[in-house]
Design a protein around this ligand. Structure first.
Ligand code: SAM
Length: 282
């Protein structure tokens, strides 16, 4: 059975049947929990045909078979990298950052603060957390550790590098840019690098939220899990939330994306602010 857009099918480099799309959907769901919507066919075709070309596959069937047999997970890494949506920005959904700053003030004269940015993408969110902490503690060396993870390795490489086109900084006040970024010169003109102090607060690691074992210890004072649950179905969202709870401090907070609601997990978390949750205490 062919996909609906038959006129485009004729001009396409590779045939892409509804069955091929179904296989892709099953495979990315099983690996990453991502439930691809029906209207993602074009996106999937465009992104994966690059992988067909790169691997010398002559059809989607051949490519997907290659993937199934990829025991070393080399092609899986590309498959996940191209099929994830990595849109992010500095201080996205800005109302969360003052809430976090207020939340950690309780720890200013005691233990250090631990934060987890669990779908970090290209790093803007983790660096926004780091800037918020430096501002909250009024120090370039606040007592804070930030773990930043993502399933996709290509975005993590950008995050680790911490170099961004200047347009990406435009939403921030000049004072913040001056304090936390170094503008590039000559061949690096048009880019800015995060200051080393900011970078030093963060550990970037690859982590699939679907993995049965998460190799980290809590307790975290806050977990940011924004704009990723939207790609998961409700049972997967519930499982992920269930695994967050034991890693959270008793007073820890979970920050979610603007369109993510968890009525189906009211036994696990309760809403305490705009898309901010707290664990339900037993
Ligand atoms: C739209 S971005 C959100 C980035 C950031 N949290 C924000 O709100 O701006 C979603 C990120 O979730 C990551 N992701 C998708 N599935 C994942 C999974 N199973 N485990 C960990 N990260 C995942 C993607 O790679 C992508 O970088």
């Amino acid at each position: 059975m062919n996909v609906r857009i038959s006129s485009e099918q004729n001009t396409r480099e590779y045939a892409f049947s509804a069955h091929d799309f179904e296989c892709v959907k099953k495979m990315i769901y099983a690996r990453a929990g991502i439930a691809l919507a029906e209207n993602r066919q074009e996106m999937v075709y465009t992104r994966l045909s690059r992988r067909l070309r790169a691997t010398g596959s002559t059809s989607f069937r051949e490519y997907l078979k290659r993937l199934e047999e990829d025991d070393e997970n080399l092609e899986w890494e590309f498959f996940i990298n191209v099929l994830t949506t990595n849109l992010t920005a500095f201080f996205r959904e800005a109302h969360h950052f003052p809430i976090l700053a207020e939340h950690v003030k309780k720890y200013q004269s005691g233990r250090s603060v631990k934060l987890w940015c669990s779908a970090a993408s290209t790093g803007e969110e983790a660096y926004s957390l780091a800037m918020t902490m430096m501002e909250a503690f009024d120090s370039l060396k606040p007592p804070v550790r930030i773990l930043a993870t993502d399933i996709a390795t290509n975005v993590l490489a950008t995050a680790r590098e911490g170099i961004y086109p200047l347009e990406k900084l435009e939403s921030m006040p000049t004072e913040r840019i001056r304090r936390f970024f170094l503008k590039g010169k000559n061949s690096a003109a048009g880019y800015a690098r995060v200051r080393p102090e900011l970078r030093n607060l963060i550990t970037f690691r690859q982590l699939n939220l679907l993995d049965s074992n998460w190799p980290m210890y809590g307790p975290f004072d806050a977990i940011f899990c924004r704009n990723v649950m939207i790609y998961f179905d409700k049972p997967t969202q519930y499982q992920v939330l269930q695994k967050f709870i034991p890693l959270l401090d008793r007073h820890g907070l979970i920050f979610m994306g603007h369109s993510e609601v968890f009525h189906h997990a009211s036994d696990l978390v309760k809403l305490v602010g705009k898309t901010v949750y707290e664990p339900v205490t037993q």
